[in-house]
Design a protein around this ligand. Sequence first.
Ligand code: AMP
Length: 125
Amino acid sequence: MPIDATLPYDDSNIFARILRGELPCRKVFEDEFALAFHDINPQAPVHVLVIPKGRYVSWADFTATASDAEIAGFVRAIGTVAADLGLVAPGYRLLANVGQHGHQEVPHLHVHLFGGRQFGAMLPR
Ligand code: AMP
């Protein structure tokens, strides 16, 4: 079920639990600002989730309240992960689902990074 991205941050969400080390993940990158790990239900040969370490539900929340360092760190992590995975030359796709219409299921801001095949046109019509 998609979540309401205007709700307050819920510390029991699955990505919060991964960040606290209560649940395992297949980590690909971590620094002060971000964590990246393989999606548990991959939809492409490469399917990685990049999340900020802070308690943010949506892009509105993140961009309104995160520090410049957190925003830069998160965005930089996405580029670093794509490069580390060898995806810059072949290309890749980034996707961020937000709220009901975006069909966001986990209420912690995240970006999907897909790679390893041709993804075709942007959205199904
Ligand atoms: P979204 O619809 O953008 O909120 O997508 C949430 C994503 O999180 C889905 O692609 C799930 O497969 C993924 N996911 C859920 N639980 C886990 C988990 N424990 N470890 C890794 N990925 C997960």
